[in-house]
Write a protein that binds this ligand. Structure first.
Ligand SMILES: [Mg+2]
Length: 226
């Protein structure tokens, strides 16, 4: 049994500016103060890590309680607002997930920096949420490197199958952070160039497999289950 742990943003879907805008609006109204995030990259980072950077960038207090309050405001602002037009499903995702969901040797999960309700909000805009009964999220830990182990434990208790990251887990993601978190857990990793990083930028991070886009289900399975 192989556990495939998918990242969300830049890997399964692209949320066209709505996430960034909503964070900024929610923070500005929470803090009663215009907040900027100029020059801060969100790619591959967990929501609590991003919010702490934004608070620091604006010289605002950034202790855990402040980060938690900011996260709460962000979740509240995002809930129920994403329309299908805000969320673009990346090429090949529907057919790949359809195929993998029915495969007897594969189990699907998430490893994403999104806090859990936002992860499912983004996936739910196009009905992709039902493919992922388990995952690990930015709400579980601000350090993405801790997430593959958490996702693996949850998948084990969900399925009754004993998953070990080093033998059975594969992380699929679009940033150097995805590759790094897979390595931290000893898992294999597939890099996809559908986010903000191109082939030349991801290649030095040495994923096991680097792809321009998610491939057809047959070749994906053949390679991963080999
Ligand atoms: Mg991503």
């Amino acid at each position: 049994m192989t556990l495939l742990l998918f990242d969300i943003d830049g890997t399964l879907v692209r949320v066209n500016g709505a996430g960034r805008e909503t964070i900024m609006k929610a923070l500005s109204s929470l803090l009663n103060h215009p907040v900027t995030a100029d020059g801060i990259s969100f790619s591959g980072r967990t929501d609590p890590d991003i919010l702490r950077s934004i608070l620091r960038h604006n010289d605002l207090p950034d202790r855990d309680a402040h980060v938690d309050a900011a996260l709460e405001a962000y979740v509240e602002a995002m809930t129920g607002v994403l329309t299908p037009e805000d969320v673009e499903v990346l090429p090949g995702v529907h057919s790949l997930l359809d195929h993998l969901a029915d495969h007897p040797d594969v189990h699907l999960g998430l490893v994403t920096g999104n806090v859990e309700p936002i992860a499912y909000e983004k996936l739910g805009a196009h009905g992709l949420d039902d493919y992922f009964p388990v995952g690990a999220f930015g709400s579980d830990h601000a350090d993405r490197n801790k997430l593959p182990h958490i996702a693996t434990r949850r998948a084990a208790s969900h399925t009754g199958h004993d998953f070990h990251p080093a033998e059975q887990a594969v992380v699929i993601g679009d940033t150097p952070h995805d590759i790094e978190c897979a390595r931290a857990a000893g898992a294999r990793v597939v890099g996809v160039c559908t986010g903000h990083y191109n082939h030349a930028e991801l290649s030095p991070h040495d994923p096991d497999w680097l792809l321009d886009t998610l491939p057809a289900p047959e070749s994906f399975l053949e390679r991963l289950l080999d």
